[in-house]
Write a protein that binds this ligand. Structure first.
Ligand SMILES: Nc1ncnc2c1ncn2[C@@H]1O[C@H](COP(=O)(O)OP(=O)(O)O)[C@@H](O)[C@H]1O
Ligand SMILES: [Mg+2]
Length: 290
């Protein structure tokens, strides 16, 4: 092989390496703990770091991310699956250039897609992988099949909890269910806990430490601590104004906390090797249902 040929081979193999997006799934045991507001503000902060971010709303019951962003998407994932819409039709632009995709009924309907539709969907999702750095999936509360499937198919999950005892017991219940799923293991997926609505960072860390003792004693899977977000009246105030708090109140405690969490997540380079992208995630989701 001469030098020119070697060079051509290197270039060829590089272009064949598919670019995949970092997919972060946000979930919780109990509803109403702050998943959507965390997803939205995390997206804003990652976008400020120069990343192309898309939020996928997989909480099919409620359209709360749309409300928090003050946008109204025309199409959703179901239109991509069944109505021949393209990726660009279903991405709505939100503040700071973040993209938004509404799951709509598309996620439940994944059970009914044909082989051709699966191939078409994977191609379209490959396109999202190639144009996006980070995809944040906001799921519903975790103790239902669809959400569990998302967590199992994801390489990186943020588990949101609050200091309320019911939130902690529901977080534990979610981890316990995952522990019993043979297809789930924290060797391939990382679960990072965020404690929302704390009185102080020390409260969050202490809660995690106590929680983690129970997890380590009774479960096989491991969890990590990402950090906490304080109880802050600017959070509901921003929701009422339909704008992310980190834009409306840049100097608030909640904004400082989300910036800190974003920086920790973006410093983490270990996850790069584990990345599978959104196309692979959906392909796993569909296969787990057949
Ligand atoms: N850090 C916080 N401080 C004060 N209120 C909060 C905080 N995080 C969330 N909330 C409030 O909790 C409610 C639920 O938040 P949301 O993000 O919709 O949760 P989820 O998506 O988990 O259902 C909202 O009304 C919001 O104002
Ligand atoms: Mg929500």
């Amino acid at each position: 092989m001469d030098q020119a040929e070697q060079l051509r081979n290197i270039i060829k193999s590089q272009s064949r390496q598919r670019k995949v997006a970092r997919v972060i799934t946000v979930t919780s045991g109990k509803g109403g703990v702050g998943k959507s507001s965390i997803s939205v503000n995390l997206a804003i902060q990652m976008s400020k770091l120069g990343k192309k971010v898309i939020i996928l709303d997989a909480d099919f019951g409620l359209a709360n991310v749309e409300v928090m962003l003050g946008i109204r998407p025309r199409y959703n994932l179901a239109d991509l699956l069944f109505k021949g819409k393209d990726i660009k039709d279903i991405i709505t632009e939100g503040p700071k250039g973040i993209g938004f995709i509404s799951g709509g009924s598309g996620i439940q309907e994944l059970n009914h897609v044909s082989r051709e539709q699966i191939i078409d969907l994977t191609h379209k999702l490959d396109e999202i992988d190639s144009i996006t750095d980070v995809i944040i999936i906001d799921t519903g509360a975790g103790i239902n099949d669809i959400v569990l499937e998302f967590v199992i198919a994801s390489t990186e999950t943020l588990l949101v909890t609050t200091p309320e005892p019911t939130s902690l017991t529901d977080s534990y219940a979610l981890l316990k269910i995952l522990d019993r799923k043979p297809e789930f293991s924290t060797t391939n997926s990382t679960i990072k806990m965020i404690v929302n609505r704390v009185e102080s960072p020390a409260e969050g860390k202490e809660l995690f430490n106590k929680f983690n003792v129970v997890v380590n004693t009774f479960l096989n899977n491991k969890i990590e601590y990402l950090g906490s977000i304080p109880q802050d009246s600017n959070v509901p105030k921003a929701i009422i104004q339909q704008k992310p708090y980190s834009i409306l109140y840049p100097n608030s405690q909640s904004t400082k906390a989300i910036i800190n969490l974003t920086n920790i997540l973006c410093e983490n380079t270990q996850e790069v090797q584990k990345r599978k992208g959104i196309s692979q995630l959906f392909s796993n989701l569909i296969h787990s249902r057949r």
